[in-house]
Design a protein around this ligand. Structure first.
Ligand SMILES: O=C(O)CCC(=O)C(=O)O
Ligand SMILES: [Fe+2]
Length: 313
């Protein structure tokens, strides 16, 4: 595809996970694994096609997320939390969100949903828990592929057991203008991996290593965006990229995102495996606790290269 002039427009790699019994099909597993590794090294990001969340569940979730954000602000504020980005956050210009820890556990989802709908909303809790369960399987496949590619699969159990799943529902209010407005400013994610699913409305932009912005457009209704976070970058001692991204909005349609964030458990020490620290790849970060890093972030002004400032070697 050509843009103005002769420059070729960059696109995110698209990787198909809708392979029957991917986990037991060795040839397919190896093929997808090498695509994942390449994409994470090059972009820190890719589009995953994954068909385990049926379209009617996706639609139901977005319908209910929309209903949720249409509740009165006083109701939404009942779900506030002292933990950063948990419970209700906003409105901050166009942005509002609700974060739910351990969203793969039905009771955890239900207890938050019941704050907002005291009469209960079990279909929403069920759909969201189902979504988390399926998408977390995608997360685990990606992490397994990545550790295998880096030759550090002996740490797989420890790595998997060190994290939990945070679901974040996000609403971006339409700016009602054709001039692009920043809905989430440039940032890198601070966790391990983020897997995002959007309604029909685009807006996510991912920066390449060369500084070009890729405007993400899903290629199918089974598409998700996978983004590497700073903590995985640190754990792999810089073997994968962690991309700067932002959300830009135009027009008069509301954008909704459901994101699944893989987050290290509080207190867990992030330390790159010895195998990934070599003469060619000297240690980038001192061991750190991600939850402490998040506290540091809240109290510091300068968030660019925050991890480097916090614990860079
Ligand atoms: O809504 C999106 O597509 C991106 C959200 C995002 O980058 C974030 O929540 O960290
Ligand atoms: Fe992000």
């Amino acid at each position: 595809m050509k843009k103005m002039g002769s420059e070729t427009e960059v696109k995110l790699p698209i990787i198909d996970f809708s392979v029957v019994e991917l986990e037991s099909n060795v040839a397919e597993w190896e093929s997808v694994k090498s695509q994942v590794h390449k994409a994470l090294v090059e972009y820190g990001c890719f589009e995953a096609v994954f068909d385990e969340v049926p379209l009617h569940i996706r639609k139901a979730i977005f319908f209910e997320v929309d209903e949720l954000f249409n509740l009165p602000l006083e109701t939404k504020k009942l779900a506030v939390s002292s933990k950063p980005f948990r419970g209700y956050v906003g409105p901050i210009q166009l942005y509002e969100s609700i974060g739910i820890d351990d969203a793969d556990v039905y009771e955890k989802v239900e207890s938050l949903i019941n704050i907002l709908w005291p009469q209960g909303k079990s279909s929403f809790s069920k759909n969201l828990q189902f979504f988390t369960e399926k998408v977390s399987r995608l997360d685990r496949m990606i992490r397994k592929m990545c550790l295998e590619s880096l030759g550090v699969e002996k740490y797989l159990d420890e790595h998997m057991n060190s994290t939990y799943y945070l679901a974040r529902l996000i609403k971006y209010t339409a700016p009602q203008t054709n001039e692009p407005k920043v809905a989430i400013a440039e940032h890198t994610d601070k966790n391990i991996f983020t897997i995002l699913c959007q309604n029909q409305i685009d807006g996510l932009e991912i920066q390449t290593k060369n500084g070009e912005w890729i405007k993400y457009k899903p290629s199918s209704s089974n598409s998700f965006v996978v983004v590497t976070g700073d903590t995985f970058y640190a754990w792999t001692n810089g073997r994968v990229h962690t991309p700067i991204h932002q959300v830009m909005m135009t027009g008069n349609e509301t954008r909704l995102t459901v994101g699944l964030f893989t987050v290290p458990k509080p207190g867990f020490i992030i330390k790159a495996p010895n195998e990934l620290v070599t003469e060619e790849h000297p240690l980038l970060f001192k061991p750190f606790v991600q939850s402490e890093f998040m506290k540091f972030l809240r109290s510091s002004q300068n968030t660019k290269n925050a991890l480097k400032v916090y614990c860079g070697v």
